[in-house]
Structures are given as structure tokens and as C-alpha cells.
Write a protein that binds this ligand. Structure first.
Ligand SMILES: N[C@@H](CCC(=O)N[C@@H](CS)C(=O)NCC(=O)O)C(=O)O
Length: 221
């Protein structure tokens, strides 16, 4: 099994790729772009255990659930909340936009969680076995947690219970030690920190020594 994933476990998109690969029990050298493309490739290339449900209708539903998370939760959790709570103060050394943080945590994310709660499984996973779509939600809410937002289990019990089950899947749980090794660590020191934590890290680093302006937001120092 041969794949090289460029990224680290603090990105929900990169984490999705690592989890998909670890769920199959592999590692390697092939370069692809986009977490959805990577997870689907991994699933097609190494079919067991499956990362998509069986049946065309469920597979279409799984892709929509994943897409909602990648776009809507990506916008709310990564580009607004995580960006304002971590990148702006600690990387750019600027005062975060507190009004934007308040809007996301008190209005936008609760609305998204109401949408998710209506679709979250009462037990088990979204489909009959854990799939990329389940992992994707756990990835985004892991970043919400790193940015200080936890799911209120009294208000969204199905979502909270479901994501707890997803986090316990070994491929996902296994990412925690790598995340812990790099949170707060500067980019040039991350390969060493990851190796010390037992991760397989490529010889060549694709990370720059200094942070660059966000391509996605057109924002920087
Ligand atoms: N659709 C892409 C999104 C990947 C993405 O946006 N990653 C963020 C990090 S979480 C990034 O590359 N940001 C770089 C930037 O803002 O310049 C995927 O699913 O892999």
C-alpha cells in the first residue's frame, strides 16, 4: 500500500486522509489532492474494510453528508472559528474578530448542529459500518474542540453520542497522539515531533519555514 499524504493532523481535511489510510492499515508514496478524492481513492484501491456504504442511494447520501461537512462545517469551524481562535492570534499575532467568533458559536454552529442532529444515528454509524462520512464529522468537530467549542450533549444528544463512537474507532483514536505532538509546535519542528511520537514522516518536508498568507482567505500577517 503506497501513499504519501502532505499535511498534518491539525487539518480536518488531512486528518480525513490519515484516518482513511490507517483504517485500511497502510502508508506510502502516491500524491493526490483533496481529502474526498484521497479517501475515495484509498477505498477503491484497497476495498477492505469499506469506507463507503453499499448501494447507490446510500453512497450518494454519504457523499452529500461528507460534502455538507467539508463545505459548511469547513466554513464555520475552520475558516471562521479555528482561524480566528488560533491562526489569527498565535500565527499572525493579531486581535481576533470576537464578534465573528460569537456569531459562529452562538448562532451559526448551533443551527448547523440542529441540521446534523436530525440526521445523526441514535446508535452505530450513519450507515451499517463506519464510513468516510462519519470520520469527516469527527474531524471537523475535533477542530471545533481545539478552538474551544464542545458539542452540548444535552442539546444535541444523538450527534454527541455518534461522534463519541466515531472517535473511538482505532484509526481515528490513533490520530490523537500525533495531534497532541504538534499542537502549538512551529512548522519546522513538526516533522521531528511527529517522528518522536511514532508517526511515519517523509524525509522531505513540504512545509515552509515561515507561515504564508492563506490562499483560501487571502489573509496573512
Ligand atoms: N477541499 C480541500 C480543502 C483543504 C484545505 O482547505 N486545507 C486547508 C488547511 S485545513 C488549507 O490548505 N489551507 C491553506 C491556506 O489557507 O492557504 C480538501 O478537502 O482537502
Amino acid at each position: 500500500m503506497a501513499m504519501l499524504i502532505i499535511g498534518n493532523h491539525v487539518s480536518p481535511y488531512a486528518r480525513k486522509g490519515f484516518v482513511a489510510l490507517d483504517h485500511k492499515g497502510g502508508d506510502g508514496e502516491l500524491v493526490l489532492n483533496d481529502s474526498t478524492v484521497i479517501a475515495e481513492y484509498v477505498d477503491e484501491r484497497w476495498p477492505a474494510p469499506p469506507l463507503m456504504p453499499r448501494g447507490a442511494a446510500d453512497r450518494a447520501r454519504a457523499r452529500w453528508m461528507e460534502e455538507y461537512a467539508d463545505s459548511r462545517l469547513g466554513d464555520l469551524i475552520i475558516w471562521r472559528l479555528f482561524y480566528q481562535k488560533t491562526i489569527v492570534p498565535y500565527v499572525w499575532k493579531r486581535e481576533p474578530d470576537h464578534a465573528l467568533i460569537a456569531q459562529v458559536t452562538t448562532r451559526d454552529l448551533p443551527e448547523a448542529l440542529d441540521w446534523i442532529e436530525a440526521r445523526a444515528p441514535a446508535d452505530g454509524f450513519l450507515f451499517d459500518h463506519v464510513c468516510t462520512a462519519d470520520f469527516t464529522y469527527a474531524c471537523f468537530f475535533r477542530n471545533a474542540s481545539l478552538a474551544g467549542f464542545e458539542i452540548d450533549a444535552a442539546r444535541w444528544p444523538r450527534t454527541a453520542g455518534w461522534l463519541e463512537r466515531v472517535r473511538a474507532v482505532p484509526a481515528f483514536a490513533g490520530t490523537m497522539k500525533f495531534e497532541a505532538a504538534i499542537v502549538g509546535v512551529r512548522s519546522p519542528d513538526r516533522p521531528g515531533a511527529l517522528r518522536a511520537a511514532g508517526a511515519k514522516v517523509a524525509e522531505q518536508s513540504y512545509g515552509g519555514r515561515e507561515p504564508h498568507r492563506s490562499i483560501m482567505l487571502g489573509d496573512g500577517p
